[in-house]
Design a protein. Structure first.
Length: 254
């Protein structure tokens, strides 16, 4: 079926590709610090399939690990030359689906990324609460081993789960990705704005870099910067783009 075939070199039915959404500094929007890698899928008959659906389907069919390794390999193939030939140092954030968060993760990172010349220090792995059906101690051990190689970790979609504060307290992550629902409407709602400020302050006190997601206009940007947000990922900075467009952006902005 297409589910199996799309992992081959010549995809036939489900066509997967990657887009890159730049992450910039809140205090200097021209400073592109890296990008989040986002999965895109086009199916010949279904059209656009949302990435969450693709992930769910793969997980259900026992292909989550394969999807993860395909993702790592694709990122390495596309971006490897940037690092090998151009000395690029920007950070790439990759979303981990549940099956990727196992003992095998360390080996997968090493074979798929380091072998292609992508330095481990260029990577940030994003964990959501969905991932963490495992015990915190087990995840932290993986994080510790990958920290040893130079990778960073982010807690994604912060604030949307049932036990966000527990996750942020227990997991040894370097970045907190504050969900876009906390940004939406702050320009019209002082209470909401203060609330966002308190989340940013919390991440600072816990020695985490805050990444503010979903900044869509100038008014929101100004507020996020005033509140001390460190990094911004949102349409007002950049939409997700092809790798070629991302590379072109890096050439002009850095
Ligand atoms: O890119 P977009 O906003 O459409 O993504 C929708 C959701 O799909 C987000 O929650 C995002 O985290 C998830 N997603 C996108 N790409 C990937 C991926 O490569 N792996 C996993 N696990 N989730 C992804
Ligand atoms: O992994 P995560 O759930 O954080 O995925 C990020 C998702 O958010 C991507 O699918 C991306 O397309 C989407 N996104 C990024 N910036 C914005 C934004 O400014 N507004 C909205 N509505 N969505 C955004
Ligand atoms: Mn993410
Ligand atoms: Na997510």
């Amino acid at each position: 079926s297409g589910l199996v075939r799309f992992f081959n070199d010549e995809p036939t039915s489900l066509r997967l590709h990657l887009v890159y959404q730049p992450i910039v500094r809140a205090d200097d929007r021209h400073l592109v610090t890296g990008a989040e890698v986002l999965l895109r899928c086009r199916d010949d008959s279904l059209g656009f399939v949302p990435p969450n659906r693709v992930v769910d389907i793969c997980e259900r069919f026992g292909l989550g690990g394969d999807l993860g390794r395909w993702l790592f390999r694709q990122v390495a193939l596309e971006t490897g030359p940037l690092y090998r030939n151009l000395g690029f140092r920007g950070n790439l954030s990759i979303n981990l689906n549940p099956s990727m968060l196992t003992e095998r993760l360390v080996e997968d990172v090493q074979t798929c990324l380091i072998d292609e010349g992508l330095p481990a220090s260029a990577l940030c792995l994003e964990i959501t609460e969905d991932n963490a059906a495992l015990e915190f101690a087990i995840i932290n051990e993986l994080i510790e081993r990958l920290h040893g190689l130079g990778l960073e970790f982010a807690l994604d979609d912060f604030g949307t789960g049932h036990s966000s504060l527990e996750y942020v307290r227990e997991l040894q992550v370097d970045r907190l990705k504050i969900d876009r629902c906390f940004v939406d409407g702050i320009e019209d709602d002082p209470d909401k704005c203060r609330f966002l400020g308190s989340i940013i302050a919390m991440s600072e006190q816990a020695y985490m870099k805050s990444v503010i997601e979903g900044v869509e206009n100038e008014a929101q940007w100004q507020l996020v910067e005033q509140l001390g947000g460190v990094l911004i990922q949102g349409y007002h900075a950049h939409r997700p783009m092809t790798f070629n467009d991302y590379m072109a952006l890096l050439m002009t902005e850095t």
